[in-house]
Design a protein around this ligand. Structure first.
Ligand SMILES: [Zn+2]
Length: 196
């Protein structure tokens, strides 16, 4: 009997080849509601020093779960092939959960932005996600981009959120969940965050 994969993928999702011909993606078989759990990543934990010596496939399928710790799937399953998009419909919930950021129609590909988990340069690439807002290159520093901090508020892994919270206030899009309004050089919290 084949061993069960270390990750969980919702039965409402399925891996299949992308229409564009560049590999597989995870697609919806049934409608998904905003907030629904889509996947839970699992596997073996490696520290950075050991992780960077793993084969490229394992590194690309692994996910950063702490400042220097990575979760690598063993055995690999369908749920480990969630692609990156610069205009994602899914985000992280905690260190290993993937949830819908919005309602998702049947047949849409489920993607998250790797900036939600990554703060180290282990999976950097030229992005061809095709989004109108594609940033062209995905790096381990993208979490620092103010527009991403604003757009993905509430969907970053905890270790990334801690780094965002530790940034000087003028660099952050939000302070403790409130928008920073820049007037007279003093950061003034105003309305609740707006997800775009
Ligand atoms: Zn892109």
């Amino acid at each position: 009997m084949p061993k069960q994969p270390s990750s969980y993928l919702s039965s409402r999702l399925k891996s299949r080849p992308k229409a564009t011909g560049d590999g597989n993606g995870i697609f919806t078989l049934q409608p998904i509601n905003k907030g629904d759990l889509l996947a839970l990543f699992g596997g073996v934990i490696y520290e950075w020093e050991a992780f960077i010596h793993l084969p490229e496939l394992e590194r690309s399928l692994g996910i950063q779960v702490e400042e220097r710790h990575f979760l690598v799937p063993r055995p690999i399953g369908e749920g480990d092939y969630v692609n990156h998009s610069c205009n994602p419909n899914a985000g992280l919930s905690g260190q290993i959960g993937l949830v819908a950021m919005r309602d998702i129609k049947i047949g849409e590909e489920v993607c998250f932005d790797y900036a939600m988990s990554d703060t180290l340069p282990y999976d950097e690439f030229n992005c061809e996600c095709g989004s109108a807002n594609c940033r062209g290159f995905v790096s381990g520093n993208d979490w620092q981009r103010p527009e991403l901090q604003k757009r993905y508020a509430g969907f970053f892994a905890p270790h990334v959120q801690r780094k965002i919270d530790a940034q000087p206030a003028e660099k952050r899009a939000f302070v403790r969940g409130t928008r920073v309004k820049k007037t007279s050089g003093i950061a003034t919290p105003v309305a609740a965050p707006v997800y775009e």
